[in-house]
Every structure is written in structure tokens, then in C-alpha cells.
Write a protein that binds this ligand. Structure first.
Ligand SMILES: CC(C)(COP(=O)(O)OP(=O)(O)OC[C@H]1O[C@@H](n2cnc3c(N)ncnc32)[C@H](O)[C@@H]1OP(=O)(O)O)[C@@H](O)C(=O)NCCC(=O)NCCS
Length: 240
């Protein structure tokens, strides 16, 4: 269905098949419609079901109309399908990071895989594909920062949960949002240079720290506001 005559289409948006599962996109900005309207709705449904397990979204209607991101021309929807059935998906879109003084970036959000299909690498492939797409969206919009909120659900080991995103090139930061008992860790990547360099250039003071008790642990970026005098306001109760 991709309209190859519509001009330049980033390679990252073209469909791909991994282990029999197809990864396809929808994005008005690039005139990509490799999923049908029915599949798009099925994906919203699967994502909503996955995310509402943690009781953040009360119903499908609230999930869909809570913001206008899904309607934005530049938003890319990515779906994983097997034999015409949607197994999961996510979206890639322009956004601002409230906890970083509203700086702009490209966000990957609403990552959800159907519960019967988890643990088979679908989440990892979706996030990896999303990173390539996010890079193209960032370059198109003249941005450098790519980010997401890694959700640390009560009872789960944060290191294990965040590893999904670290394997795709994201770095944990010390910035958390607490929403209804769930902790969300801001995770960042950049198109050019390192996240530390990017945030420093924007006036933040950053320090990279390693877990001294765990040699295998990846590092975390501690972010201080330029005007905080060394204090961090890293945990906040709100929705970003
Ligand atoms: C997170 C989620 C998308 C992962 O999908 P998946 O297809 O099972 O992922 P993969 O098979 O590629 O990898 C599983 C990895 O995801 C990590 N992970 C992250 N969040 C997880 C979660 N809520 N539940 C289970 N695994 C999770 C695990 O650490 C696991 O890594 P490991 O194999 O090294 O232990 C899926 O579990 C899901 O839909 N969860 C509910 C919704 C959610 O929490 N979304 C993320 C917040 S926006």
C-alpha cells in the first residue's frame, strides 16, 4: 500500500518481516499507510488492553481522546502483525519533555504487546524499529533528542524492565514521574553526540554514574537544572 511515488520515504518506515511477524507503519506526513483503518483500530485496542493492565487508562475512549497525538500528521504508528492479526504496536511522535523544562524531542510511547505474545522479542523489535523511525522524524524536524518513559511497575525489577529500552540504545536518567503508584523513568538517546553533550549544551548539568555494587549495570545520567544549585527535582507526581 505504500505510495512510493509520494516522494522521499525514509527506509525506516518501510515494512519488514522478522521471524514471520510483520512490522508496518501508518503516517500521514510521509504518506505511508501500510496498515488498514481496521488494523489501526485493532492496534489501539491491543495497546489499550496492554497499558490498562496497569490501570492507567480507564477505558478505550479515554485512551484515544486523552491527547491529540494520535491525530497529528507527523505521528508514526507502528504495528506488529501475524497472519492479519495485530500483536502489538507503539507510536513515534514530536513532544516536549516537561521534566526538562519543556525541551523538544521525538518520543516513543504507548508500547504494548498482546499478553499472549509477550517474551518473544516483539517488544524489542518494535522499540528497535521505532528508534530508527525516531531518528528520521528527528532529522526531519531538526531535533536531536529521542526519549521515552520506561514504566517501572510495582514488584518488577527496574533493571530488567528498563533493559528493554537500554538494549535499543536508550540511557536511563535520574528523572522520574510518579503516576498513580507507577514510576516512569525518563530514558534518552540522541541523533548526534551523546545525551550528556546534548543536555549540557542546553544548560543542564549532567553526571554519568555507575552502580558501584553491580558491575554489569549500565550507567545512569543524573541531571541537575542549571539554576538548581546542585539540587535535583527528579521525582514528581504528575503526568508529563
Ligand atoms: C513491555 C512490553 C511491550 C514488552 O513486550 P515483549 O514483546 O514481551 O518484549 P520482548 O519479548 O522483546 O522482551 C521482553 C523484555 O521486556 C522487558 N519488559 C519491560 N517491561 C515489561 C513488562 N511490563 N512486562 C514484561 N517484560 C517487560 C523485560 O525486561 C524483558 O527483558 P528480558 O527478556 O531481558 O527479561 C510488554 O510486556 C507489554 O505490553 N507490557 C504491558 C504494557 C507496558 O508495560 N508497556 C510499557 C510501558 S509504556
Amino acid at each position: 500500500m505504500t505510495d512510493l511515488n509520494s516522494g522521499h520515504i525514509p527506509l525506516s518506515l518501510l515494512p519488514e518481516v522478522r521471524r514471520g511477524i510483520e512490522y508496518r507503519c501508518f503516517c500521514p506526513r510521509w504518506r505511508i499507510q501500510d496498515i488498514t483503518v481496521g488494523e489501526l483500530w485493532e492496534m489501539f485496542d491491543v495497546r489499550w488492553a496492554a497499558l490498562s493492565e496497569e490501570r492507567l487508562d480507564k477505558d478505550l475512549e479515554t485512551f484515544l481522546i486523552r491527547d491529540s497525538i494520535d491525530l497529528a500528521e507527523t505521528t508514526v504508528q507502528v504495528a506488529a502483525l501475524h497472519q492479519g492479526r495485530v500483536l502489538g504496536g507503539l507510536r513515534v511522535h514530536l513532544a516536549q519533555v516537561g521534566l526538562l523544562k519543556g525541551i523538544s524531542g521525538v518520543q516513543i510511547s504507548r508500547v504494548g504487546v498482546h499478553k499472549d505474545w509477550r517474551g518473544k522479542g516483539i517488544g524489542h523489535t518494535l522499540v528497535s524499529k521505532a528508534v530508527h523511525i525516531a531518528r528520521d522524524v528527528a532529522v526531519d524536524a531538526g531535533l536531536n533528542l529521542i526519549f521515552l518513559w520506561g514504566r517501572v511497575v510495582g514488584g518488577r525489577d527496574p533493571k530488567r524492565v528498563l533493559r528493554l529500552y537500554e538494549r535499543a540504545g536508550f540511557m536511563r536518567t535520574s528523572r522520574f514521574i510518579e503516576t498513580k503508584g507507577l514510576l516512569n523513568c525518563l530514558m534518552v538517546a540522541t541523533v548526534r553526540g551523546t545525551p550528556a553533550e546534548h543536555l549540557s549544551a542546553l544548560g543542564f548539568r549532567v553526571t554519568e554514574v555507575r552502580d558501584a555494587n553491580d558491575a554489569s549495570a549500565t550507567s545512569m545520567l543524573v541531571i541537575f537544572d542549571a539554576d538548581s544549585g546542585g539540587r535535583t527535582a527528579d521525582r514528581r507526581t504528575s503526568s508529563d
